[in-house]
Each structure stands twice: as C-alpha cells, then as structure tokens.
Design a protein around this ligand. Structure first.
Ligand code: CAA
Length: 258
C-alpha cells in the first residue's frame, strides 16, 4: 500500500491498517489528512484481499481533534465552499468493518473519527472529550448528535457544555467504546478481533453492518424490513450454502465472499 500524507497504510494478511502519523501535533486532523484517511479506506473497501480495517494513532494520541491552526482563520463562506466535513460522510459508506484502536487522546474530531468506526477498542489511558466549547465552537463531524443518541440529552449537554474529558472506563460505561484494554496490549487485542472478523463470511459482515446502520436511524418496523430483505438476499450467496454445509459436515467453512 502507498503511504499518503500524514498517514501510514499497510495490509497484514486480511487486515488493512491505517495509522494516523502526525505525532508532533497529536495527530491533529487537517483536511489533507482526512482526505488521505478516507482515500485509504475507500482503497481497502475495494481491495479483495482486505476484510477489515484497523485505524490507530502513532505517538502519544489517537487524535487531538481537527487542526486548530488550519481552522483558526476560517469564515462561514469559506467553510460552506470547502465543506470540510463532506469528506467525513464518505466513512459511513465504507462497507467493511472498521475498528478504531485508540489511546492517549481522542478529542473533538479525533473522538468523532473513532465514533465513525464500527468498533472502538480503547487503551486504559485514553481520554475522550469534546473540548470545542473551549475554542468557541462546537463539534461539527457528528459528535453532538452521536453523543446525544448514546447518552441522552441531559448527559450529552453536560459533556458538551463543559468540554470535560471522560476516561476510557466512563466512555465504555456510556456504551461509546466496546472494550478497554491495557495500553501495552491494545494493538494485539485489536488485531485479534480484526483477524476473527476476517474469518467470517464477508457478505454477512457487510449486510449486518448495513442493517445495523439503518436500525440506528430508522423506525423499528422499517429497519426490520431491511433486515428481512438482507436475510433473504444472503440465501443467494455461495457462502450461505458453504456455511450451512460446513456446519452439517462438522468442518470449518471456507468463505469466498460470493
Ligand atoms: N490542532 C492543531 N495542533 C494541535 C492540536 C490540534 N487539535 N492539538 C495539539 N496540537 C499541537 C499543539 O499546538 C502543539 O504544537 P507545538 O508543539 O507546535 O506548540 C503540539 O500539538 C503539542 O500540544 P501541547 O503542547 O498542547 O501538548 P499538551 O501535552 O500540553 O496537551 C492536548 C495535549 C491536551 C491534546 C492539547 O494539545 C489540546 O488540548 N489540544 C487541542 C484539543 C482540542 O481542542 N480539540 C478539538 C479541536 S476542534 C474540532 O475537532 C472540531 C470538530 O468537530 C472536527
């Protein structure tokens, strides 16, 4: 894989890896870097050899937010023209599982990038938060909305109004993080999960992700109809025949993503 500006990209077996690599600025996400991240995600999504993507940060943090130096001189007209958050929307269209392995700081846009992933594994030392209020702004890449959906109105307002940082354990208790692990084991535990996912039937992973994303947004019955359609659709796949035959023959299935 070709490295792009501010990130390192590689593949280890079926696991694609994107490492945010601007450690001198706590991996602050500038616009070039966000385009690079999204470009790498799209490349992995198209790559037949990649089943799962892990995103992590180099140095002392996952990411300390959007690049404040870059934003400081912005005005609404320029923001409307550049629309810097439009590129973030592309992450939602990635069909493969995305796992964020976070440590140190996941603040502002860094927290939002983690929340854009499907699973979040956090090192014990991670501090999460939305400090935008202290800069005279607010989250702009989904943080306000996602925090409210996860925590409810009252708790979300307290975190967003104070800009306080929450520990990995608190984030986990709020359902924002899947797992809290010792910092030294973070990548090992994340890779173990990524490899486990890479052994599952790819079409099942993909349609489960699509259905769960819809379930989070739609009314119950509408989401159930999508679930049902995707369930029926999977019976058109070779992997469904293989998965069920393997179960009955008491052997491990060999999935082909077809
Ligand atoms: N943007 C640009 N540069 C940043 C940065 C950011 N978000 N976060 C850290 N840096 C830079 C610092 O400017 C500093 O650079 P210099 O060495 O050139 O001075 C370097 O990283 C080290 O930072 P500190 O000296 O501040 O290190 P620290 O250990 O004292 O503190 C920190 C670390 C708590 C992460 C602190 O840097 C910090 O609070 N950063 C800003 C966090 C923040 O406000 N994030 C939200 C941004 S807005 C946003 O994300 C909007 C959105 O919704 C997308």
């Amino acid at each position: 894989m070709i490295d792009r500006p501010f990130i390192k990209v590689w593949r280890d077996g079926a696991v694609g890896h994107i490492e945010l690599n601007r450690p001198e600025a706590f991996n602050a996400l500038n616009r070039q870097m966000m385009s690079a991240i999204v470009g790498a995600l799209q490349t992995f999504d198209e790559d037949a050899e990649t089943a799962v993507v892990v995103i992590s940060g180099a140095g002392r943090a996952f990411a300390a937010g959007a690049d404040i130096d870059e934003m400081a001189g912005d005005d609404p007209v320029r923001l409307e023209m550049v629309d810097p958050f439009a590129v973030w929307d592309q992450i939602r269209l990635i069909r493969k599982p995305l796992l964020a392995a976070v440590h140190g700081f996941a603040l502002g846009g860094g927290f939002e990038l983690a929340l854009s992933c499907d699973l979040i594994f956090a090192a014990e030392n991670t501090q999460f938060g939305f400090p935008e209020v202290k800069l005279g702004v607010m989250p702009g890449a989904g943080g306000t909305v996602k925090l409210t959906k996860a925590l409810g109105r009252h708790k979300a307002l307290e975190w967003l109004w104070t800009g306080a940082r929450m520990t990995a354990e608190e984030a986990c208790a709020h359902g924002l993080v899947n797992r809290v692990v010792p910092a030294d084991n973070l990548m090992e535990v994340a890779m173990k999960m990524a490899r486990k996912l890479s052994e599952q039937a790819p079409l099942s992973l993909r349609l489960i992700k699509e259905t769960v994303n819809q379930a989070a947004d739609l009314a119950l019955y509408e989401a159930m109809l999508i679930e049902r359609k995707n369930f029926y659709l999977l019976f058109a796949s070779e992997d469904q025949k293989e998965g069920m035959a393997a179960f009955r023959e008491k052997r491990k299935p060999v999935f082909k993503g077809r």
